[in-house]
Design a protein around this ligand. Structure first.
Ligand SMILES: NC(=O)c1ccc[n+]([C@@H]2O[C@H](COP(=O)([O-])OP(=O)(O)OC[C@H]3O[C@@H](n4cnc5c(N)ncnc54)[C@H](OP(=O)(O)O)[C@@H]3O)[C@@H](O)[C@H]2O)c1
Length: 257
């Protein structure tokens, strides 16, 4: 039986890229109601149309998740429209600020941690009580290979630190929820052809460093980037399972259909 059928999901950063592909993929797997959160209302509307075409009802919320005070209202709005949330995909993140750590403002560092880590913990904390009551919940936090290899992205200190913190948060939370029916897993999506990659390529090499500039251009030019849909399929293939506290990687040998 398909455990996702009839469920309700929320995908942060569901307006474009990997998040949008995950939302459409969940709808194709029978998820009934899907909430999409991001700042850009136009992208959310377009993503919602794609999700609805795939068979799910949607609720879009245009909000900045790094404004942590707004999280309870976001969750209230979502649950009022969709009911209890069974699947939470914490996918929204920023890669900024980039550049030598000595040049980065502490505010931009804090903003990255607020979105990439604290908002994830906050949304999870708000949705876990309902998942526990129903004794079934799935949380997947979208990370990056940089968490396992922090020196692989010199000039991306805040991003590397945020994804390492995200993974520690996820593994700790998984252990805390052991036996509750609520699982927490991490997904490293690979090198994916999205706006985030394009944004990095567009940055001034004098600011982000020749090494990072060259590396992200070579990903693009060598045809290494995979599609958001191909990456999303690997997450969706595992989301309904019982395992928890795992670091899933796009390169894992998983039958993604
Ligand atoms: N692409 C890659 O190669 C790659 C590699 C490793 C890991 N990842 C991870 O994969 C995830 C998705 O990345 P992507 O490549 O799909 O990025 P993307 O194209 O930039 O999409 C990011 C999504 O997050 C939303 N978002 C950004 N800031 C937000 C904020 N403050 N509040 C609410 N929503 C916000 C964006 O919408 P708005 O801007 O409209 O808010 C967008 O919908 C991220 O966690 C990223 O770290 C990506």
């Amino acid at each position: 039986m398909n455990a996702l059928k009839g469920k309700t999901a929320v995908v942060t950063g569901g307006g474009r890229g990997i998040g949008r592909a995950i939302a459409v993929g969940l709808a194709e797997q029978g998820v009934d109601r899907i909430g999409l959160i991001a700042r850009s209302a136009d992208q959310l509307s377009a993503a919602a149309r794609a999700v609805e075409n795939a068979g799910a009802r949607t609720k879009i919320i245009a909000a900045d998740l790094s404004r942590l005070d707004g999280l309870p209202t976001i969750v209230d709005d979502l649950t009022a429209e969709l009911g209890g949330v069974d699947v939470l995909i914490n996918n929204a993140a920023v890669v900024a600020p980039l550049g030598p750590t000595t040049t980065v403002s502490l505010q931009s560092y804090l903003d990255a941690l607020a979105l990439n880590v604290v908002a994830v913990a906050g949304l999870s904390a708000l949705l876990i009580p309902g998942m526990r009551e129903r004794a079934w919940g799935r949380i997947v936090n979208v990370s990056s290979g940089v968490a396992g290899h922090p020196t692989g992205m010199i000039g991306g200190n805040a991003y590397a630190a945020s994804k390492a913190a995200l993974e520690a948060h996820s593994l700790n939370l998984s252990a805390e929820l052991s036996g509750s029916g609520v699982t927490v897993n991490i997904y490293r999506p690979g090198i994916v052809d999205t706006a985030m990659q394009g944004w990095i390529r567009d940055q001034d090499p004098a600011v982000i460093g020749e090494q990072m500039h060259g590396r992200f251009h070579s990903y693009h030019e060598s045809g290494l980037l995979i599609s958001p849909e191909a990456s999303a399929a690997k997450l969706i293939a595992r989301v309904a399972g019982e395992e928890s506290g795992q670091i899933w990687d796009v390169n894992d040998d998983v039958d993604a259909g």
